[in-house]
Write a new protein. Structure first.
Lengths: 201, 201
DNA sequence: ACCGAGATTAAACTCAGAGTACAAACCTGT
DNA sequence: ACAGGTTTGTACTCTGAGTTTAATCTCGGT
């Protein structure tokens, strides 16, 4: 895949919506060409096919998430708070880019079969969060995880599905509202808090 | 879609693996015909196309989950324990049917665009769990949820992603192990438990 | 045994759309 | 002006989805 001119990349975002709505198969290359204003021949000059176009769009999304997550992870404060920041970061990117998100779910299969993307996802999310969990165990703000990797995966699942649900329905709720709900579930769980000093009623 | 003979249905499961591995687009109707031993013409006699075949396989999976989840939900004991049962139920079905699961992720987009499936998913999972959350708030074994619907969605995300990760990699771990990890996260969260009576070291 | 209705299948067909080929224009630096 | 890459229109090939047809098969009723 050749180095992509910025202008072309920009135009392509217009196609994300289309792909998100219809799914990749129902979207003809000619449709993508028309929607983005990039002629078919040019698309084939840069990409080997549809899939690679989708992959480009998704990698872009993952990079955005990776960036914001990285900032949240390496911030100040206890790990638990930074984790809440991670949640906000991911949800923020997702709600700002609903079309690629929908495309991502829609064609997750292809995405996971694209090894480059799996790697990007891991770098964007699992690894930073896994690290964060370990730090939380050290600074005492999070319980020690038996298996930080799979906890990171679960956290990703929780956040992602919450975000997707919102991206698929047309975001009624504020990002902060959703993020609070997610963070509360992840940090405190569903059990009633036992924080009140003496036994309650 | 005509009434499907049992024998034919059985043969079709053989194709799930294929679809899971390659994704639906990379799987030719003729491949499905060959893999399942059902001639192409017969497939078209019963289904209108590939998509409907996939839909059939997925609906089957969702039904299985719905069944086991329903049992778990309506069992004895406090809601919190029944929730753990739900987790076990879903993971159990997923790990017993890795191929359809992988197909489901792989072609989630199509799946969500198939309204019948969205409804099935909702009936199989969201509604029962939502009900369970309300019961938990009543019997005191779960904290009251502000928004039971979106909590049900998040729970589904957590369980599903955990299950998928395992279905995609070839299940090394026992279902119980995974279920315990998931249930622990969902019930207790990531914060250190404050359960020890007096302040710890 | 025979008949008719529906089930099952092979084989040949149509047709949309992905991807290719290629040459003409178009830059951009030298 | 020239060379090397970029951009694009146009016309092409070819794969594979879905259709059609018609030949068999199955089986309950007579």
């Amino acid at each position: 895949m050749r180095e992509l001119p910025v202008q072309l990349a920009t135009k392509l975002y217009g196609a994300a919506e289309l792909i998100a709505d219809q799914g990749l198969d129902n979207t003809k290359i000619d449709d993508i060409a028309e929607a983005s204003g990039v002629p078919k021949a040019t698309l084939y000059y840069y990409f080997t096919g549809k899939e690679e176009i989708l992959a480009f769009l998704l990698k872009d999304l993952l990079m955005a998430i990776a960036g914001d997550v990285a900032v949240a992870v390496s911030g100040e404060g206890p790990a638990s708070e930074r984790l809440a920041g991670v949640v906000r970061a991911q949800l923020g990117v997702m709600l700002r880019n609903p079309a690629p998100c929908r495309a991502l779910v829609g064609d997750l299969g292809r995405a996971t079969r694209l090894p480059e993307l799996a790697a990007a996802l891991s770098a964007a999310f699992y690894e930073p969060v896994e690290k964060l969990l370990r730090e939380g165990a050290e600074d005492g703000s999070l319980r020690p995880a038996e298996d930080p990797m799979s906890e990171a995966v679960m956290i990703f699942g929780t956040v992602t599905v919450a975000g997707l649900m919102e991206a698929i329905m047309g975001a009624h709720r504020e990002m902060e509202t959703i993020a609070n709900g997610v963070a509360r579930l992840l940090l405190d769980g569903l059990s009633p808090r036992t924080t009140d000093a003496t036994g309650a009623s």
